[in-house]
Design a binder for this molecule. Structure first.
Ligand code: UN1
Length: 502
């Protein structure tokens, strides 16, 4: 496999009609480890200026009627449709995810645009029965302010779009700090958004801005008093730092943190279906989704039919250049990720696991590219390593005998993002979905835990952070609610029957 990622990146920027920015922060393609471009790191002062400009944009944008705001998002969806191929390619190049998934990520952006356009006519508030005669009570939803978005490398464009498209129809402005590992896709998205702004005509300047960099620029955004909502996707460690800082200034957070997602395979499961779902969820995106399947609980009755089959798939799944047809698993994002995977496999061995896979592949390609054979690890039980999220393709497999026991083990994880059960027994399915079942934000039956559609609310409980973004009523987080009471009578009756005669 020979590959020239730098030349490929230059040609994609040309196809997207974007000037490559240049600066002190390099972006390297995980495909061959080569530098494909660079951007300029934003200083704390740059971030401050960006938020101030965004605040001015918000002051104008909040008074634009929501359906008109939706028109801007509709135009952005049109631009994304025009450039899906090139942007999807760039996503693959910068993250190492396979092209199908790069394109899928752009489709996810298009889908949320469509969702947000519809939403722009549906920012409904309630009318509430009042206890006082001649009065009316209602709720009004107003724009919130500046939304700060911190996104992770693994979904470098879709997660921003979930946030930004809702924020724009809700009347907010957005300042985006992308992962320092994927700055170029953010440059491209910003340029495409500006194309939509130009077609729209009279949007305020600076409605969407990008500030590049690592921790320092992130902290400046987190701490800025004019960032009304800070939406952050990343590790639980990052969330633990972000949440108290924003709480300190009484800002609002939407946290989308670690996952340690489980699946239960019950005796009645359709095993052919389960094996496909398990494979996509565990090795897809090289195990680098927050929704990746990491813990598999298999009933003793089907264990010896399912697990050897999974071992075969793991041994043969195509690992290689993510831009080549037929590849299912691309590289890990970087060396740090490879080392974390090796460390976790070492711990798993120490804790009694039988490890298959995990070795480095295609090392001859480049020192800076980290391809691995996905690992499948049979564990004697749920040991500490299985309760830790390692952002790599490691599937821990455990045997269970009773559903209650499997659910309890499943819920033992400190994270609570996505989960699923494979069963054709309605009692088991409904138990897993019930209050006494999975404690996650996403609970599925007969499909894997990853690959959620945008129409549902996305997020999870416990160390996952509690935030919900994307579909359903997640838009409410991007607005502030006012409760209005209107008196159209000639009297002034007080609530609670209070007499206050003067
Ligand atoms: C993430 O990994 O941060 O449900 C988001 C999924 C995707 C989104 C994952 N739609 O797997």
């Amino acid at each position: 496999m020979t590959f020239h990622s730098a030349a490929e990146a230059a040609s994609l920027f040309a196809r997207l009609r974007i000037d490559a920015p240049g600066g002190d922060l390099d972006s390297c393609s995980p495909i061959d480890g080569a530098r494909i471009g660079s951007v300029r790191t934003a200083s704390a002062a740059d971030v401050d200026a960006a938020v101030e400009r965004a605040h001015v944009a918000y002051l104008a944008w909040r008074s634009v009627p929501p359906p008109r705001r939706g028109e801007l998002v509709r135009l952005f969806g049109v631009v994304l449709r025009e450039e899906k191929e090139a942007l999807g390619h760039l996503v693959s190049l910068e993250t190492g995810k396979i092209l199908q998934e790069g394109l899928g990520e752009v489709q996810e952006m298009i889908d949320i645009c469509d969702f947000a356009v519809g939403l722009s006519r549906q920012l409904y508030g309630l009318t509430i029965a009042t206890e006082r005669p001649g009065h009316r009570m209602m709720e009004t939803w107003h724009p919130l302010g500046v939304v700060g978005v911190i996104s992770a490398f693994n979904f470098p464009v879709a997660v921003w779009a979930w946030n930004a498209c809702l924020a724009f129809v809700c009347g907010d402005a957005v300042v985006w700090k992308p992962s320092e590992k994927t700055p170029l896709t953010a440059v491209a998205v910003q340029a495409l958004f500006e194309r939509a702004v130009a077609r729209f005509g009279d949007a305020p300047a600076d409605l969407s801005q990008v500030v590049q960099g690592g921790r320092e620029s992130g902290v400046a955004l987190v701490d800025h008093a004019k960032v009304a909502l800070l939406s952050a996707t990343g590790s639980t460690r990052m969330g633990r730092e972000v949440a108290p800082r924003v709480a300190e200034r009484f800002g609002r957070t939407l946290l989308e943190l670690g996952g340690n997602n489980g699946m239960v395979v019950a005796p009645t499961a359709d095993l052919a279906l389960a094996e496909r779902a398990i494979t996509f969820a565990a090795v897809g995106t090289a195990g680098q989704r927050c929704t990746t399947l990491r813990r598999l609980f298999v009933h003793g009755d089907v264990y010896d039919r399912l697990v050897p089959r999974l071992r075969q798939i793991w041994a043969s799944v195509a690992v290689g250049n993510p831009l080549e047809e037929g590849t299912l698993v691309g590289p890990l994002i970087d060396r740090g990720s490879f080392e974390a995977m090796q460390a976790a496999l070492g711990r798993a061995r120490d804790e009694g696991g039988t490890v298959q896979g995990g070795e480095r592949l295609h090392a001859e390609l480049s020192d800076g590219a980290y391809y691995v054979r996905p690992a499948i690890v049979e564990m004697p039980g749920q040991t500490p390593v299985t309760l830790t999220e390692t952002f790599a393709p490691i599937l821990y497999v455990m045997r269970y005998a009773a559903l209650d026991e499997a659910i309890a083990a499943h819920n033992d994880a400190p994270q609570g993002l996505a989960s699923s059960i494979f069963t054709n027994d309605i009692r088991e399915a409904e138990t897993f979905l019930s209050a006494a079942g999975s404690d996650c934000g996403i609970v599925n039956v007969n499909i894997g835990p990853s690959g959620a559609e945008i129409g549902g609310a996305f997020g999870g409980e416990k160390e996952t952070g509690g935030g919900r973004e994307s579909g359903s009523d997640a838009w409410r987080t991007y607005m502030r609610r006012a409760t209005n009471t209107i008196n159209y009578s000639r009297d002034l009756p007080l609530a609670q029957g209070i007499n206050f005669n003067m």
